[in-house]
Design a protein around this ligand. Structure first.
Ligand code: G16
Ligand code: MG
Length: 216
């Protein structure tokens, strides 16, 4: 039985993954560090700080804590500038329809995001009051692939993990959900190589998949 669906935010509800990429690319270029979209896929779902550590693996010098703090602030400032422009029309295709369908069927919905900007993004999209629970990067100790974010969400919803379905675009997020004992639907190209049963391009057929999971 499926009692709740927990959505990742960046890359599932809205394409902020592209803005993360542009902001990191800017930082990497300034520092003359190699960075491309393939590297960016490794940062999906991973916390800001850990993302920087992954990028700096390509640097030809080491960075002090202070320098890292400064890069993190700069990255977030660049990223927030993109976020300022967000509005309801940036919600990805089929998201609104999916949410409506789930609500009509009495299925609870939540957000499980690594982002510390999640609440800001949701308010920009006009989705502040849409979800039954929101767990974001400000509320967790350990970022994806740790299961904490999804377990906290199911806890807040008071639904057992095995009755939750996670919708994710990141390898780290898929691992996180699997470790939490939840079913996962992978969205987009980054999760193609993972061993999950359900992979989709967008949320178009989510209703059918949830139906299938319910019957299994
Ligand atoms: C998101 C992104 C990650 C990003 C992380 C932290 O997670 O996928 O790329 O590094 O949040 O974001 P911020 O810098 O805004 O705190 P999710 O879980 O929503 O995909
Ligand atoms: Mg994501």
């Amino acid at each position: 039985l499926v009692k709740a669906v927990i959505f990742d935010l960046d890359g599932v509800i809205v394409s902020t993954d592209e803005y993360h990429y542009r902001a990191w690319k800017h930082i990497a270029d300034d520092e003359s560090i190699y960075f491309d979209r393939e590297y960016n896929d490794r940062l999906r779902g991973v916390s800001r700080k850990e993302s920087l550590d992954i990028i700096l693996k390509n640097a030809n010098r080491s960075y002090t804590l202070r320098e890292k703090e400064e890069l993190l602030l700069r990255k977030n400032d660049l990223y927030r500038k993109y976020l300022e422009e967000l509005s309801h029309k940036d919600i990805l295709p089929y998201v609104v329809r999916t949410i409506k369908m789930l609500k009509e069927n009495g299925i609870k919905i939540a957000i499980g995001s690594s982002s510390k900007n999640a609440k800001f993004i949701l308010s920009k999209l006009g989705l502040d009051d849409t979800f039954d629970a929101i767990i974001d990067g400000t509320m967790i100790e350990k970022s994806k692939p740790d299961p904490e974010v999804f377990l906290s969400a199911s806890n807040l919803l008071q639904v057992n993990p095995n009755e939750c379905v996670v919708v994710e675009d990141a390898i780290a997020g898929v691992e996180s959900a699997q470790q939490a004992g939840m079913q996962v639907i992978g969205v987009g190209h980054a999760v193609i190589g993972t061993n999950i049963t359900y992979k989709v391009e967008n949320l178009r057929n989510i209703a059918e998949i949830i139906q299938e999971i319910t019957e299994n």
